[in-house]
Design a protein around this ligand. Structure first.
Ligand code: NCD
Length: 318
């Protein structure tokens, strides 16, 4: 493994998004995450020993926050969880004040989730440590896209050439955006499938095919990735009713029947059963990899924490 400065495989101070990462950098993270996923606990070297990771979440989270905490602990790091009440946060000044306060405590990594797109980048410009974006508004959620890619790769053996249909609330989804960047970079064929009200204008510019009908969008798909209706980001009404939404866009066996026979079903969670996905489909142990996605979460976050702590990276041949 080459970790020489001249040929640094991950020459970034922060992980703010998938946009801008090269194929090689994505592969570097996926390969390392894959290796962590294969390790049993006793095999993990404490590469973050003596380092501090602060989880700073201005929005609710179950999977992402917990898996960052577990990831840092498995690598021997110290973790602090900061709960920020969204209601008491005033944008701009308060965010920067918080950043400066935490910066003064000299953490090594700040993992930040924030309801405003761009807030994590702004914060990263004010601090001395590495910053990982754990989701900013409807902008990016890079570690989730890496989780999804690793899950797909372990089941299908590749990303290149796969037809991936991302379905549901595309407009408000940072998961959709990060996945589109990653999958396009890795040579998959990306489709988005949603009602017209939930697809941003000029979506084709992202290099995806747009479908407004599930049967057409899912035809021949290798991967069917469902998204939650992000009602907390909606101002006004985007769907006539939940019942109608499920009827036209909820994933059930009838709609799934046009995808490939071995198509995988994915969802980043939290799921709204009976809204975007039928409960039986979600729990189908042959087709659904939703649980595996959660399982990959820790390994991916370990790889990201390691990549940003350059001098903690694997240097000796293992
Ligand atoms: C997603 C998120 O927060 O963006 N969840 C997650 O991180 N697993 C998706 C969502 O909230 O619907």
């Amino acid at each position: 493994m080459d970790s020489g400065a001249a040929n640094d495989p991950f020459p970034h101070r922060h992980l703010l998004g998938i946009e801008g990462l090269s194929r090689r950098e994505i592969l570097y993270l996926l390969d390392h995450a894959g290796a962590y996923a294969d390790q049993t606990r006793g095999q993990t070297e404490p590469r973050l020993r003596g380092r501090t990771v602060i989880n700073l979440f201005f929005e609710n989270s179950t999977r992402t926050r917990t898996s960052f905490e577990l990831a840092a602990k498995r690598l021997g790091g110290d973790v602090i969880n900061m709960q920020a009440q969204t209601s008491s946060i005033k944008k701009g000044e308060t965010l920067i004040d918080t950043a400066m306060t935490l910066n003064a405590m000299r953490p090594d990594v700040l993992v930040v989730r924030h309801p405003e797109s761009g807030a994590v980048q702004l914060l990263s410009e004010k601090v001395d440590c590495a910053v990982i974006n754990a989701g900013d508004g409807s902008h990016e959620h890079p570690t989730q896209a890496l989780v999804d890619a690793l899950t797909i790769r372990r089941r299908k053996g590749r990303l290149e050439g796969l037809v991936v249909a991302i379905c549901g609330d595309i407009s408000h989804s940072r998961v959709a955006r990060s996945n589109i960047y990653l999958l396009n970079t890795m040579g998959a064929q990306v489709r988005v499938v949603a009602p017209r009200t939930l697809v941003p204008a000029a979506m084709e510019r992202f290099g995806v095919e747009v479908f407004y009908d599930m049967k057409r969008g899912l035809a021949g798909a290798d991967i069917v990735m469902m998204l939650r209706l992000q009602t907390e980001r909606m101002h006004g009404s985007f769907v006539p009713s939940i019942r109608e939404y499920f009827h036209f866009f909820g994933l059930d066996y009838a709609k799934l029947s046009v995808a490939k026979d071995d198509a995988l079903i994915m969802h980043p969670g939290p799921m709204n059963r009976g809204v975007e996905i039928d409960t039986e489909v979600a729990d189908d142990i042959d087709r659904s990899v939703i649980r595996q996605q959660v399982e990959m979460g820790v390994a991916v976050r370990m790889a990201c924490l390691e990549a940003l702590n350059r001098d903690a990276r694997a240097s000796a041949a293992t």
